[in-house]
Design a binder for this molecule. Structure first.
Ligand SMILES: *Cc1c(COP(=O)(O)O)cnc(C)c1O
Length: 407
């Protein structure tokens, strides 16, 4: 039980507790396995940790694509300051909550005219990803007779070291190249738009605080440089996020205090003297939800093959692709897992946990040491709160969809 992911979970009478409920009892309550369960108290605690560690002037925006389950988004609407969405359906999910529409931003390439119209009609903020998208927003706003709220997503002239996924620097489908932004600002000054400011999101899944601090320094410097050239007032600075979570045994959790101290310095030393009233946003997905969720599967078969023991479970990569190592990993490593109804048992054997799909890719735990498990026991995969169900090929092999619960 040394993995940092398991530290926030407790057990009672030998069973892992999720939302205060022993996992075997929760499985009965859900009525079927496999299922995803998200822990409400852990979500609340996570946002509180961010509030306690980041400077008071920073707004926290939740990137809905990390986990768009409506109950989760609803719960977070009372905790965070804003939502970021990436599709028309995510926009509707966000608008179903009490979150005011003007605190919802819509980012991402390839927004359709229908999605732009939805966002404009709602009064959400559109993060412009290209000059041509800006033209379509102006045209759609004209057609609807509504002044669109927009910000420019800037593709920075730097990239972030240590990101699991890079979304900025060099040529990108994301954002408008920083050197082209001044010309666009001149155009926007004459357009019928409510222009708010800038957005930079340069990378994701970063565990190195120093890299995040460096990216934030460069982002602020770039934004203030662009603000100097802007004929329009700058009221909105979305600094991105990229805060990572530890997925693997050797991952060190992000040092959030270092990031918070750096942000405080940037806000007080650089931003406030120039832009005293601009709204400053940090946008986070997996850091908020990733560690608050588990994927619960049941052992269907226990088999020996040439000296190796396999636990075959009723779930698999069709629900939790990332745990199989096929979602952006170069070298496959195990996500943390446990036998949830034998939480207090000592590890007793080395097994390989596989899913129920007919492909060797459906590997959930390769040579893991676990308490001895039997058919009917519950294998729980951790770090499943973000990019789980909605980032998995659910139609592959035509198994039923798993349930999702917030407890
Ligand atoms: C995906 C995305 C995020 C969230 O990324 P995480 O790694 O989950 O924190 C934030 N902002 C934008 C624009 C995104 O596309």
């Amino acid at each position: 039980m040394t993995h940092p992911a398991l530290a926030s979970f407790e057990g009672r009478s030998g069973a892992l507790l999720i939302g205060g409920i022993p996992v075997d009892r929760l499985a009965e309550r859900v009525g079927s396995t496999p299922f995803f369960a998200y822990d409400r108290a852990l979500l609340t605690r996570r946002v509180q940790l961010l509030r306690d560690t980041l400077p008071a002037g920073v707004n926290i925006s939740y990137a809905v694509k990390a986990n768009p389950m409506p109950a989760v988004v609803q719960h977070l609407s009372g905790l965070v300051d804003a939502f970021d969405v990436a599709s028309g359906l995510e926009l509707r999910t966000a608008l179903d909550t009490p979150m005011p529409a003007d605190l919802v931003s819509f980012a991402g390439p390839g927004k359709t005219d229908a999605e732009l119209a939805q966002a404009i009609a709602a009064g959400a903020t559109i993060e412009l990803e290209s000059e041509t998208e800006a033209e379509r927003v102006v045209a759609t706003g004209g057609r609807l007779g509504i002044r669109p709220r927009v910000a420019i997503r800037v593709n920075p002239d730097f990239s972030v070291k240590g990101s699991g996924m890079r979304l900025g620097g060099g040529p990108q489908q994301f954002g408008i190249d920083s050197e082209r932004v001044p010309a666009l600002l001149k155009e926007l000054a004459h357009a019928d738009l409510d222009f708010l400011g800038f957005h930079v999101f340069a990378g994701s899944q970063n565990l190195r605080a120093e890299s995040i601090c460096q990216a934030q320094r460069q982002t602020v410097e770039l934004m203030l440089r662009l603000a100097d050239e802007s004929p329009l007032p700058i009221r909105y600075l979305n600094l991105g996020g990229g805060f990572g979570i530890p997925y693997f045994a050797k991952d060190e959790p992000l040092n959030l205090a270092t990031v918070g101290a750096n942000l405080r310095e940037l806000i007080e030393g650089s931003i406030r003297p120039k832009l005293p009233d601009a709204r400053i946003i940090v946008e986070l997905g997996r850091y908020i939800v990733g560690e608050c969720g588990v994927y619960v599967t049941r052992v269907v078969d226990r088999k020996e093959s040439r000296g190796k023991t396999f636990l075959v479970v009723d779930g698999g990569l069709h629900h939790q692709l990332a745990a199989s190592g096929n979602f952006g990993q170069v070298i496959r490593r195990n996500y943390p897992l446990a036998i949830g109804n034998r939480w207090a048992d000592q590890p007793g054997e080395q097994v390989t946990v596989v899913g129920c799909l007919c492909t060797p890719l459906d590997l959930l735990g390769d040579n893991v040491t676990l308490p001895r498990a039997e058919v009917g026991d519950l294998v729980v995969l951790f770090q499943a709160g973000a990019y789980g169900l909605t980032a998995s090929p659910t139609a592959f092999l035509s198994h039923p969809l798993p349930a999702e619960v917030l407890v």
